[in-house]
Design a protein around this ligand. Sequence first.
Ligand code: PDD
Length: 277
Amino acid sequence: MVYLNGNFIAKNKASIPVMDRGFLFGDGVYEVIPVYQGKIFRLSAHLKRLQKSLDSVKIPNPHIENEWLAIFNQLLTYAETGNQSLYLQITRGVDICRKHSFDVLTPTVYIEANPLIPKTKQMLEQGFSAITQSDIRWSRCDIKATSLLANTLYAQTAKEHQVEEVILHRETIITEGATSNVFMLKNGTLHTHPTGVNILSGITRDLALESAQACDLTIEESSFNINALINADEVWISSSTREIMPITQINGQTVNDGKVGQYWACVYTHYQRLKND
Ligand code: PDD
C-alpha cells in the first residue's frame, strides 16, 4: 500500500497525471525517514528540513506535523513488521500546460514505506569502498529536491565500479557523498563539510556529530580536500538508510591500514543507542 493525495491504495494502482510538475520538471522535494521498532526516528528534524526545502522552492506545506504523523502511522499499519524507511515526496502539483513558471497549485503528496535492511555485521566489519568524482550538481544542494539527475548518474557509476558510494568534490574540496554526508578523521579530530548550500544538512550527520562528541572526538565542521581524505585515519559516510558506515578503500587505495577504525566502532555503537531512545 502507498499513500497518494489522501488515499491509501495499492502501489500498482497509484498514478499521477502527465501534467504533474514533478513528472515534467522534477519540481518537488522529498524526505527519507527511518522507522525503528514502529517508531518514526527524528520525525521533527525531518519535518523541519522538509519545511525548509518547501519554503526554498515556494511550495506550500499541505500538512501540519500532527497530520503528517497520522498519515505516516496509518501507512505503517499496512507495512510488513520490521524496520522501515518512509519515502515522502511532494511536488508542486498538476499544471494545465507545460511552462517553467508556476501558479499556486495543489501539491501532489506521495508516500511509501519500504523495509529498512541493515548491512550485516560482517559487511560493516569489512568496511566499504568509494570512489571520488567531481561534484557537478547545482548550487542548492541544501534543498532535498526530487530533481536528482546528477545523483542518478553517480549511483550508476557506483554500480559500475561496484562501490558503495561516490564521494564528491568541488575543485579539490570534499563536499559530501552522492547520497550521504562524509566524515574524515585525522589525529583525533573529525572533519566534515560545514552546512550551507553545497551539502544536504543530513539528520544522520547531526547524530554522527553528537555520537562523535560522546566518543571524545574533537569536531571541526570545516572543509577538507581530496588529499586529506585519501590520507585520513578513518573515513565514514552517513545517511538515514545507511546509518554510519566505514569507508576503508577510496579509488582503489586503502584508507589508513584498510581496517575499520576504532572511532567508527565507538560512534556506530553510540548511534545504535540513540535509535532506542
Ligand atoms: N539521502 N547528502 C545527500 C546528497 C543525501 O541524498 C542524503 C540522504 C544525505 C544524508 O541525509 P540524512 O542523514 O538526512 O538521510 C546527505 C537519502 C537517504 C536518499 O536520498 O535516499
